[in-house]
Design a protein around this ligand. Structure first.
Ligand code: FE
Length: 338
């Protein structure tokens, strides 16, 4: 017969094991909040038994929060959008490097760094008012600086990550001097001072306040798929142009994330990132915001994206965009692109 003490010890081990098995959790800080997210996360919990605690907030707020929480942060994963934002988190030393064969195989090399991974892509396209701008005059980002478009260009702030990343790409392709010349040319063509988000620029183009703007593809897809007839009708007034198809291709950006250095649940965190690269998760993740999956073999059926047609995407590594972000901001400042 076993001693009561041994029995107690065995019991205690059993209790501890049961408790830790029950408490498999993942703390997710996410800037995403789309309809398909419930299914995306529920599917992970079903497959792994790991419960997800989600904190959702605006992209920049989450980063601030993680910084303020410091070593005590409960966050395991930070999901956000834009290479410039991921780069900022990386630069602050918030991410832990991950070695995962699965992630390396599934996510193309230009869409990841050792510390973070893209799970979907979006493109930054040109939108013109069919009546006031000729498509042939706005085929490339470079054209936005052409005096032909004087008084016709609308833009959001030069400090916004989407425009920072676009400038980072132009620096890589044209060099800093040419990129700055471009920024000055675009500023000289402004119809008004920069304000609002991408959707505001699209609406200004449809209203005729401006003739041309740039926008991320998912904002256009949202309007194309809108429940509101008047929003769908707006889109009949514009032409969407894939810029720079004859050279380096249209600038793309990402949404993605990584594991935090201070993550209390590292094993669950890696499992979650690997899960996001799976076929099912890729579909949910991309389609939730009218984006393209990062994993090339995964296709989504999205009528709005299909309506925009096929295009050549810039293959520049996201890490290069990240690296040029500081220089990009300086160029916008010098050019007066507020
Ligand atoms: Fe956005």
């Amino acid at each position: 017969m076993k001693s009561p003490r041994l029995l107690l010890a065995l019991l205690a081990i059993g209790v501890v094991t049961a408790a830790s098995a029950q408490e498999k959790v993942l703390n997710l800080y996410s800037a995403r909040h789309y309809q398909t997210d419930e299914a995306l996360y529920a599917n992970f919990t079903r497959q792994t038994g790991i419960k997800i605690n989600r904190i959702e907030a605006k992209e920049d707020e989450l980063l601030e929060r993680i910084r303020n929480e410091g070593a005590n942060s409960p966050a395991d994963i930070f999901l956000t959008v834009d290479a410039a934002r991921l780069a900022k988190a990386d630069e602050l030393g918030l991410f832990a490097p991950i070695k995962s064969k699965l992630l390396e195989e599934r996510i193309p090399a230009n869409l990841r760094s050792p510390d973070w991974f893209a799970f979907s892509t979006r493109a930054r396209v040109i939108v013109i008012n069919k009546e006031t701008v000729k498509a042939e005059d706005a085929q490339n980002y470079e054209d936005l600086a052409n005096p032909k478009l004087k008084g016709k260009v609308c833009s959001r702030s030069g400090s916004h990550p989407y425009n920072i990343s676009l400038m980072s790409a132009l620096i890589a392709h044209l060099g800093e001097a040419k990129a700055e010349e471009w920024a000055r040319g675009v500023v000289a063509n402004f119809a008004r001072a920069p304000k609002g988000g991408d959707t505001d620029q699209i609406k200004s183009v449809t209203a005729g306040e401006c003739g041309v703007a740039v926008s991320n593809t998912y904002y256009l897809a949202r309007l194309l798929r809108s429940d509101k007839a008047d929003e769908r009708q707006l889109m009949e007034r514009v032409t969407i142009i894939w810029p720079d198809q004859k050279s380096y291709g249209t600038h793309i950006n990402i949404s993605g994330g990584g594991m935090l250095k201070t993550a209390p649940n590292k094993e669950s965190a890696v499992k979650f990132l690997e899960y996001l690269a799976s076929d099912d998760a890729q579909r949910y993740f991309a389609d939730g915001n009218n984006e393209w999956p990062a994993v090339a073999s995964v296709a989504v059926k999205n009528p709005a994206l299909e309506a925009m047609g096929k295009f050549k995407a810039d293959s520049l590594p996201m890490a290069t965009l990240a690296k040029n972000a500081v220089a990009a901001q300086r160029i916008y400042d010098r050019a007066g692109w507020k």
